[in-house]
Design a protein around this ligand. Structure first.
Ligand SMILES: *Cc1c(COP(=O)(O)O)cnc(C)c1O
Length: 237
């Protein structure tokens, strides 16, 4: 049972506190006010939690599990919100992702890119995507190696139904601000090396509940925050 089921004000209060954290970090690190967008990560949370957040002014929601997201979308079809896919793309889910999501944050496989482009309904317009980068080199972690990015971007150039908007990363937790900043600096510098006038890659999707200040310090334009807004995730028992 999430706390939001007994007390409707909790999500609005938490959301306000997260917005304050973002505004404080923007001010502290010399970022323009309003330059960091908040993606509310609602994976594993009930549809009612999304409604509460939307009523408190939240528009963009992040989901990691395709079927769960489609169920919530169907239940909330009238709600004016954006659906961002932040989980691992699986080959057998690309059709649903291409048709039912407004953004994809974790693209790192050319085959998936090709399928998403082929399966994107033309009336929906190009699908904004971020390429996920694995900065730790751990084989178990999703994401492209930094050195593989230029060739990946070249190969994606033919997919006109995809809009390459930037980079995303999901680093391992780190204890202090300096350690948290390291992977975020690396992502920003990688972006600065590969960006071109025709491919500015202006989006840096990085930072979560525990490290959003570090991400904003290093140039995040979207922070993906779940726990600080919705409380601990119910376990998928
Ligand atoms: C779950 C998740 C988040 C949110 O994490 P919190 O620590 O709850 O803020 C952000 N990004 C991705 C890719 C996630 O899977």
């Amino acid at each position: 049972m999430g706390e939001h089921t007994n007390d409707g004000s909790r999500i609005a209060d938490r959301l306000a506190r997260v917005r304050e954290r973002i505004a404080a970090a923007e001010a502290r690190y010399g970022r323009p006010a309003g330059s960091v967008a908040l993606l509310a990560v609602s994976k594993v949370q009930p549809a009612a939690a999304i409604v509460e957040a939307q009523e408190a002014g939240q528009i963009a929601f992040g989901e990691s599990y395709v079927q769960e997201a489609l169920d919530k979308r169907a239940a909330l079809s009238e709600l004016p919100v954006e659906w961002h896919f932040i989980g691992r793309v699986q080959t057998n889910k690309t059709r649903d992702i291409a048709a039912r999501f407004d953004w994809v944050h974790g693209l790192c496989d050319l085959k998936h890119a090709r399928r998403l482009a082929q399966q994107r309904p033309s009336e929906a317009g190009p699908l904004p995507v971020c390429v996920q980068i694995n900065l730790s080199g751990e084989a178990s972690k999703a994401g492209l190696a930094p050195e593989a990015l230029p060739a990946f971007l070249d190969a994606c150039a033919e997919f006109h139904a995809l809009q390459l908007r930037g980079l995303m990363t999901l680093p391992a937790p780190a204890a202090d601000l300096d350690a948290q900043r390291r992977p975020f600096v690396a992502l920003r510098e990688l972006r600065d090396r590969v960006a071109r006038p025709d491919l500015p890659l202006e989006t840096l999707s990085m930072g979560m509940t525990a490290d959003l200040e570090a991400a904003i310090a290093e140039g995040a334009t979207i922070v993906r925050v779940g726990t600080a807004i919705f409380g601990p995730r119910p376990s998928k028992a």
